[in-house]
Design a binder for this molecule. Structure first.
Ligand code: AP5
Length: 224
């Protein structure tokens, strides 16, 4: 009797561990991770029009316009690999995106109701996580030079590719990302908190422990 997490929203401030936890859930349950940040960065790397629009905003720590992101998510949610379970990582990030998702999701997919997990970490720890983060340029596995370093500095343990430091992982861009989070994304957390499909988890614990708390919260939410 295998547990199926259904559609899951991972919410939380920049650097809280959404991507790290999404990669673990993806591996544990065989469901896709839909990360708006990753899709935008892929577009930047390929030099698409979307990427050109997004690059300056992202490097400054500002949000990409709602319509651009909603269209991108719509295209991704209608993908062949998206079935009854998936993880939305970094979306929705404004009330306008959340309202759009609530209205449109049943049209894209006949899936169980969304459940939302809010990961919480103190701001000082977030800055340490952001400045220490390194990401594999190929498989996108996430490392941290302080808490989760690769065996060989600058090289991915999984595929031997070089690790990258994100261009928005500076102190200046982090400050802007936190401002955007507090003014635009906090109301999204309140939006889902008001539903009975929401749990908060402590993100300060070690990665595996946070993962266990998330799975426990998902099991509880799916029993409602
Ligand atoms: P996005 O890529 O979504 O960035 P973010 O939300 O700022 O989140 P991060 O990716 O920085 O952090 P994370 O929570 O995934 O943490 P991670 O697991 O990597 O967005 C980037 C930009 O794109 C935005 O600023 C915006 O411009 C644009 N954008 C994206 N979505 C958008 C949307 N919907 N609307 C408009 N614009 C949008 O972990 C961080 C570090 O901590 C890693 O080094 C990791 O190893 C370490 N770590 C993780 N967990 C732990 C732990 N438990 N203990 C110790 N270290 C840990």
């Amino acid at each position: 009797n295998t547990f199926l997490p259904g559609p899951v929203l991972l919410l939380g401030a920049p650097g809280v561990g959404k991507g790290t936890q999404a990669q673990l859930l993806m591996a544990a349950f065989g469901i896709p991770q839909i990360s708006t940040g990753d899709i935008l960065r892929e577009n930047i790397a390929k030099g698409t029009e979307l990427g050109k629009t997004a690059k300056g905003l992202m490097d400054r720590g500002q949000l990409v316009p709602d319509q651009v992101v909603n269209d991108m998510v719509q295209a991704r949610l209608t993908g062949d690999d998206v079935h009854a379970g998936y993880i939305l990582d970094g979306f929705p990030r404004t009330l306008a995106q959340a309202t759009w998702l609530d209205a449109h999701l049943p049209i894209f997919r006949e899936t169980p109701q969304l459940v939302a997990i809010n990961i919480r970490v103190d701001e000082d720890e977030l800055l340490r996580r952001i400045t220490g983060r390194r990401t594999c340029s190929v498989c996108k596995h996430i490392y941290n030079i302080y808490s989760h370093p690769p065996a060989k500095p600058g090289i991915c343990d999984i595929d031997g590719s070089p690790l990258q430091h994100r261009s928005d992982d500076t102190e200046e861009a982090f400050a802007e990302r936190m401002k955007a989070y507090e003014s635009l994304t906090s109301p999204v957390i309140e939006h889902y908190r008001a539903s009975n499909r929401f749990r908060a988890v402590d993100g300060e614990a070690p990665v595996e422990q946070v993962a266990q708390s998330i799975v426990a919260a998902l099991k509880e939410l799916r029993q409602i």
